[in-house]
Design a protein around this ligand. Structure first.
Ligand code: NAP
Length: 362
């Protein structure tokens, strides 16, 4: 690898309500070499997650600002990559791995970071490894089955329903026998939820009165609210929780870009009145249990009963766009980027058009 160019996106400035290419700076350096205990990977696919905006804007709660991603550093990401050189006992050249790398062609890593690196089993499509089987899928799966603990026939409402986590969680709730109402931001997303994901009703929060629609659609109240967006929708759902209702906190996309965090839900006392429960979950903590989720998800994915909705960009140049699209709401399903050139048809904005990319090697 010595002498080869490594293209990289560095963090140029922190987010302040906006997410755009202006937050990043393109540089070209030489590919680094791994030291003892490290390995060098060639990045193949990137995942985009609103949490990256939170991390870059403010650092994680309880950590000093910028602890994860200082200005001037290369932008971090969760990726699927191929090991090309190794001085690490657990990884060998040719291994295809899931882990924390960065917006660059090649990354030297020790396999630690936001989520520890693991080898992908043979036969797992690389796009699924970051979407339905990645942190996205783990939050959806364990959020639905372990935090919500749903009973068939219950009413399940979800915000961010047509995004990466939302598109999987909505379908899993439906498969579990629940009545599912999805909240999303465009007619196309609502259409996808009804026609492809097969849920029972969809609400466009940008054009409809969410509280009024939820009262119409859930006359007996809500058993589970799965929250991806945070913000006013959470208040509307809390108002309508049934006795024993549960709120699953996956994330709060609407809150991440702001430098100052707005106040939390105004009416959390609604939980008292219904003996309700609000509980968060962190996907990376479920990585050690991923085989439990994969055993359930892989047959559903392979049979087509669970659709992996993905939105794919091509080429490292597009990485800032990948993040920006989460905030323009352009992405439908999981936002991914493949490092290789686009297929002959050009950029595939139509996610369902992508075929599972080559199989992972052991
Ligand atoms: N707990 C964990 O470990 C974990 C792991 C992964 C993800 N998450 C969380 O899950 C949530 C969804 O993540 P994802 O990766 O699946 O992203 P995503 O939902 O695919 O993409 C973000 C979506 O958020 C919506 N949005 C954008 N700006 C918004 C705003 N100002 N207010 C409300 N909604 C806005 C847009 O959908 P609309 O057009 O429908 O508004 C956009 O498509 C995030 O909060 C993320 O942090 C948590």
């Amino acid at each position: 690898m010595a002498g080869r160019v490594n293209r990289r996106w560095l963090i140029a400035k922190r987010f302040d309500g906006q997410v755009s290419e202006a937050n990043f700076r393109w540089v070209e350096t030489l590919v680094p070499s791994p030291d003892e205990g490290q390995f060098l990977v060639r990045n193949r696919w990137f995942s985009f997650d609103p949490t990256q905006v939170y991390m870059l804007g403010r650092g994680y709660p309880g950590e000093p600002e910028g602890a994860e991603n200082p200005v001037g550093d290369v932008m971090g990401t969760i990726a699927v990559s191929e090991v090309v050189e190794s001085r690490h006992p657990d990884f060998a050249p040719g291994d295809v791995v899931h882990g924390h790398t960065a917006w660059e062609d090649y990354t030297v890593t020790d396999g630690k970071g936001f989520t520890p690196t693991y080898r992908l089993p043979e036969g797992v499509p690389l796009n699924w490894a970051l979407g339905a089987l990645g942190l996205t899928g783990l939050v959806a799966y364990f959020g639905v089955h372990e935090v919500a603990r749903p009973k068939p026939g219950e009413t399940f409402v979800i915000s961010g329903a047509a995004g990466g986590v939302g598109s999987i969680a909505s379908q899993l709730a439906k498969i579990a026998g629940l009545r599912v109402i999805g909240i999303a931001g465009t007619p196309a997303k609502c259409d996808w939820l009804l026609r492809e994901a097969g849920i029972d009703a969809a609400v466009n929060y940008r054009t409809e009165d969410v509280g009024k629609r939820l009262s119409e659609l859930c006359p007996d109240g809500i058993d589970v609210f799965f929250d991806n967006d945070g913000g006013p929708t959470l208040d509307r759902a809390l108002d309508r929780l049934r006795p024993g209702g549960r709120v699953v906190l996956s994330g709060a996309t609407s809150r991440y870009p702001a430098r100052e965090q707005p106040p939390g839900p105004a009416n959390y006392l609604a939980l008292v009145m219904v003996n309700g429960r609000m509980e968060g979950l962190l996907g990376r903590d479920f990585v050690p249990r991923r085989s439990e989720a994969w055993d359930a998800l892989l047959p559903l994915l392979r049979s087509g009963r669970l659709k992996s909705k993905e939105d794919v960009l091509y080429g490292l140049r597009e990485a800032p766009q990948g993040l920006a699209r989460l905030y323009s709401g352009e992405n439908v399903g999981k936002q991914l980027l493949q490092m290789d050139d686009p297929p002959a048809t050009g950029r595939a904005a139509s996610p369902s058009a992508i075929r599972p990319e080559g199989l992972a090697r052991r």
